[in-house]
Ligand binder design. Structure first.
Ligand SMILES: NC(=O)c1ccc[n+]([C@@H]2O[C@H](COP(=O)([O-])OP(=O)(O)OC[C@H]3O[C@@H](n4cnc5c(N)ncnc54)[C@H](O)[C@@H]3O)[C@@H](O)[C@H]2O)c1
Length: 256
């Protein structure tokens, strides 16, 4: 897919990996719609990017909000070609630790945002993408990129809920790609390692350095732009489908 002129939704688009992806796709000529609950950051990014960018305050887990958003999007843009799901949370808690039992509500919240939120977005996105009338020479209608984590494979102590949610994202990839092939929509997943997003940047420098040194090569945290670059390459390469790509500098996380 040539992303120039195409319409992309980026969830979690106000911060971190989502914001970097919106910025990168926009620089390649795409029209980007950032969805997030952080209105202040989202509006600031919209102002920074200018024309061909829009921020919408939407909770990806809210069925009514998401349905209304897609209805408006169809009216305003008339097409959709890409959905990049970056919205997510990553709290940690032990199943039975010093603080007592892992709250069931917290487990359910992580699954709800990371898995149901992703699913809620992609079902509406599929319906709209499938209506796209391909131009001469265009092979595909759209592409969906979901964000897992290396925690799907090497989850650490305290990451039971997060690892379960990211494992679900990994497992959804192939059945989605198989089903959506009938509409010429591809589905890919990226499993990032340790990324230098606001979450990580909030940690003390020595902790950041120690995390970076755990990465075989390059021995540093990944830049959000490197994630954005991979998203764009996935969009551009029509033969990438139904697969999970680790973007992790060969890190394999230890138990803790
Ligand atoms: N940063 C890392 O090291 C890392 C590593 C592996 C995977 N990931 C995954 O990458 C994704 C992005 O992470 P990030 O580091 O950019 O985090 P981030 O906190 O900077 O951005 C996540 C964004 O999602 C938004 N969000 C949360 N719940 C939402 C909801 N219900 N509806 C709409 N928006 C919502 C937040 O407001 C936030 O702006 C997450 O899924 C995360 O699990 C991050």
């Amino acid at each position: 897919m040539n992303v120039a002129g195409k319409v992309f939704i980026i969830t979690g688009g106000a911060s971190g990996l989502g914001a970097a992806t919106a910025t990168h796709l926009h620089a390649q000529g795409a029209r980007v719609v950032m969805l997030d609950m952080n209105q202040a950051l989202g509006l600031a990014l919209q102002q920074q990017l200018g024309a061909n960018s829009q921020f919408c305050a939407v909770d990806v887990t809210d069925e009514a909000q998401v349905a209304a958003f897609f209805q408006q999007l169809e009216q305003d843009y008339g097409q959709l070609n890409g959905l990049i799901n970056c919205a997510g949370i990553a709290p940690s808690a032990k199943v039975f630790g010093r603080k007592g039992l892992h709250e069931l509500a917290m487990f359910q919240k992580v699954l709800n945002i990371n898995v149901s939120g992703t699913f809620n977005m992609l079902r509406f996105a599929t319906a709209l993408m499938s209506k796209y009338e391909r131009q001469a020479g265009e092979e595909e209608r759209g592409v969906i990129v979901n964000t897992a984590s290396v925690a799907a494979y090497d989850g650490q102590i305290g990451q039971v809920a997060y690892a379960a949610s990211k494992g679900a994202i990994v497992s959804m990839t192939l059945p989605l790609a198989r089903e959506l092939s009938q509409y010429a929509i591809r589905v890919m997943t990226i499993a990032p390692g340790i990324m230098e997003t606001p979450m990580l940047k909030g940690m003390p420098q020595n902790v950041q350095d120690a995390l970076g040194e755990m990465v075989p090569f390059p021995p540093r945290l990944a830049k959000p732009e490197e994630f954005a670059q991979l998203v764009t390459q996935i969009c551009e390469n029509a033969y990438l489908n139904g697969e999970v790509i680790r973007l992790d500098g060969a890190i394999r996380m230890a138990a803790k």
